[in-house]
Write a protein that binds this ligand. Structure first.
Ligand SMILES: [Zn+2]
Length: 214
């Protein structure tokens, strides 16, 4: 079965959502997932849905303009996904979580707003790259969508201050892996705070970008 098959994608959203939930990367009804369909529309997790208990048949389906077609009503954070997709035609899926360590980094004083986490590991550089901080906005503020859109062309992942990461990938598996890599690297960064850790050098980062272009 093709990975583009809609029913396969519905199952994949549910199983990866449960996997994220079961490992504590998302709690309660927070977090949302979307996948681009071959017809130009999207599948998106519903509002107030727990990612650990998604019903594949009730996942929201949107048309190419982002209008709700069927399934349960989409997440109220739909605009974050649409802002990323608008600037990233190459991205097929987006994951947004309120994952603890990433949120912790987003609240720290003194993080570089152009790049919140240093390049501690090669896989972080390859899967996430530079992570800009989006200033805090009240949930649902359309200005938050504008701020995300302004960064999404250059960045596959952004970190919303006092809120959480929004991560795009070429497909759902890639977006989930990048989100996990970000969360684990945020944890490493917090473990190493005050230790003056040795990050990868500019030359080492450039070599990774050359050998493994995004
Ligand atoms: Zn959120």
């Amino acid at each position: 079965m093709s990975v583009h098959d809609e029913s396969t994608l519905r199952e994949q959203i549910s199983s990866l959502g449960k996997s994220l939930f079961d490992r504590g990367l998302t709690m309660g009804a927070s977090g949302n997932i979307s996948v681009r369909l071959d017809d130009g529309g999207w599948l998106m997790t519903p509002t107030n849905a727990c990612l650990g208990r998604l019903d594949p048949a009730r996942i929201s389906r949107l048309d190419g303009q982002g209008q709700w077609l069927d399934g349960d009503k989409p997440t109220k954070e739909q605009f974050l996904h649409m802002a990323m997709y608008a600037e990233r035609p190459q991205s097929g899926a987006i994951v947004h979580l309120h994952s603890t360590h990433s949120v912790a980094v987003s609240c720290l004083p003194g993080v570089d707003p152009c790049d919140c986490i240093p390049p501690l590991t090669a896989y972080y550089v390859m899967r996430v790259g530079k992570l800009p901080l989006v200033p805090y906005h009240v949930p649902g503020d359309p200005k938050l969508g504008d701020a995300v859109r302004g960064l999404a062309g250059q960045h596959s992942a952004v970190l919303l201050a006092n809120h959480g990461p929004v991560v795009a990938g070429k497909n759902l598996e890639a977006a989930v892996y990048a989100t996990e890599e970000l969360e684990e690297t945020a944890k490493l960064f917090l473990l190493l705070r005050g230790e003056n850790p040795r990050a990868l050098t500019e030359e080492q980062v450039a070599e990774l970008q050359r050998r493994f272009p995004a």
